[in-house]
Design a protein around this ligand. Structure first.
Ligand SMILES: NC(=O)c1ccc[n+]([C@@H]2O[C@H](COP(=O)([O-])OP(=O)(O)OC[C@H]3O[C@@H](n4cnc5c(N)ncnc54)[C@H](OP(=O)(O)O)[C@@H]3O)[C@@H](O)[C@H]2O)c1
Length: 282
């Protein structure tokens, strides 16, 4: 039975994939950062423990717990846990930007390095990164998240080169809009961390707030939004194919932008991205 550790299983893509892999016969270690979520996951029959990407101690404890149950092995890691910090670039304090990177990049990087050590010793391993279309292109008011996912893309591309000749593969999944609690959590981060009243973007923030609330309510009606099963399909391929891809593009917008960013000059791409940003924050 293949073992897999997944981060961020309290909701959304992580929760769905944990369920689906469990059903498909994997030994799933479904982690979450909050104790209550761990208890809920356990009650549903998952093997679960706390893993908070912001804490090295938490990462170490979770890995120790996993290895105790597998006899020291871990076949696969799905780096899924992350959040989106909305807000204009000039309104991001150092601490707020650092917090975004602590979770989306530094914690994920630390866990990956520790898993790699295990995988090198056992002579096998698959690592899958849940990145984003916003790791390929940027939109207004997504700077912190954009930066964290661009950084994840950069580290992953480098790591893939460095894994040449090793029995370990690393793949990036690039979801576009997917049904989950992502927008709800982004709205909380926006309210908590952005001083809208002192901002040069004050008048736009009302619209940003409206967008985040609307996206929460209407995401199922958006024709481009897919369910988490679309990500699962990519994850399964990355886990089981003899030739896992470097990148999996999920949803039509992601496909489109993966092409546009390569063929359009910066000015033309900016025109498209400004149009989208201005329409969604109107
Ligand atoms: N949904 C989309 O449209 C979309 C599009 C592109 C990429 N993605 C990516 O998909 C992944 C999953 O997001 P989702 O859409 O499923 O959103 P979600 O429902 O908000 O799930 C995010 C998960 O990450 C967890 N998380 C947040 N901070 C963490 C930390 N410090 N340590 C460990 N876990 C943490 C959350 O836990 P809590 O419940 O404790 O906050 C939650 O379980 C993310 O990497 C996201 O960037 C999503």
């Amino acid at each position: 039975m293949q073992s897999i550790l997944i981060t961020g299983c309290s909701t959304g893509i992580g929760y769905y994939c944990a369920q689906a892999l469990h059903k498909d016969g994997y030994k799933v270690f479904a982690t979450a950062r909050n104790r209550d979520d761990v208890e809920n996951l356990k009650a549903e029959g998952f093997l679960s423990t706390q893993l908070d990407l912001d804490s090295s101690d938490s990462i170490d404890a979770a890995l120790k717990w996993v290895l105790a149950q597998t006899g020291g092995e871990l076949d696969a890691l799905f780096n899924n846990g992350a959040y989106g910090q909305p807000g204009a670039v000039e309104d991001l304090t150092r601490d707020v930007l650092r917090a975004q990177f602590e979770t989306n990049l530094f914690g994920t990087h630390e866990l990956t390095c520790k898993a790699l050590k295990i995988m090198r010793e056992q002579g096998y391993g698959r690592i899958i990164q849940n990145s984003s279309v916003l790791g390929l292109i940027t939109l207004k008011y997504r700077g912190a998240y954009n930066a964290s996912k661009f950084a994840l893309e950069g580290l992953t591309d480098t790591l893939r080169l460095e894994l040449e000749g090793s029995p370990i593969s690393i793949s990036l999944i690039e979801p576009g809009p997917i049904e989950s609690d992502f927008r709800k959590n982004a709205q909380i981060a926006f309210k908590e961390n952005i001083d809208t009243q002192q901002s040069a973007h004050k008048h736009i923030y009302e619209a940003v707030n409206k967008r985040l609330a609307n996206e929460q309510k209407t995401q199922k009606k958006d024709p481009f939004t897919l369910g988490p099963e679309a990500v699962y399909k990519a994850l399964k391929h990355a886990l089981e194919s003899t030739n896992p891809k470097a990148r999996y593009y999920v949803t039509l917008p992601t496909w489109l932008f993966s092409i546009l960013r390569r063929v359009l000059p910066t000015q033309a791409l900016d025109w498209v991205l400004k149009k989208i940003s201005n329409t969604e924050n109107k």
